[in-house]
Design a protein around this ligand. Sequence first.
Ligand SMILES: [Zn+2]
Ligand SMILES: [Zn+2]
Ligand SMILES: [Zn+2]
Length: 141
Amino acid sequence: MTTPDFEAQLRSVSLRITRPRLAVLAALHEHPHVDTDGAIALARANLGSVSHQAVYDVLKVLTEAGLIRRIQPAGATARYEVRVGDNHHHAVCRSCGAIADVDCAVGHAPCLTAADDSGFVIDEAEVVYWGTCPGCAAART
Ligand SMILES: [Zn+2]
Ligand SMILES: [Zn+2]
Ligand SMILES: [Zn+2]
């Protein structure tokens, strides 16, 4: 996997190029599905001091611009990732909270057809696969 051009990504959505934005994009590229605290720690490792609020704001702006995706499985903290636009889903471990990407068999939202949409214009079916990750499964046996 080659490193994407984060500056070009920011330009493509008319966002100013700042070091915190570049640092957060790079961090999420290296570490998919980190939560806010994880993103702060990774940004600090890259930039030195950066405030909690600054990273929080960057995550919000990048999410709104569609450069990153925010996911929040039930009972978990919000996670962020740079893999956007493919409607992929997630497998979540009930024991340790590990998250893995699961490709969408259909590839676009909504990938489940409602038997009865009650007149709603449905644009997304949120799919989460819950189970046990390989590490936790191995630890049990
Ligand atoms: Zn696990
Ligand atoms: Zn993902
Ligand atoms: Zn799907």
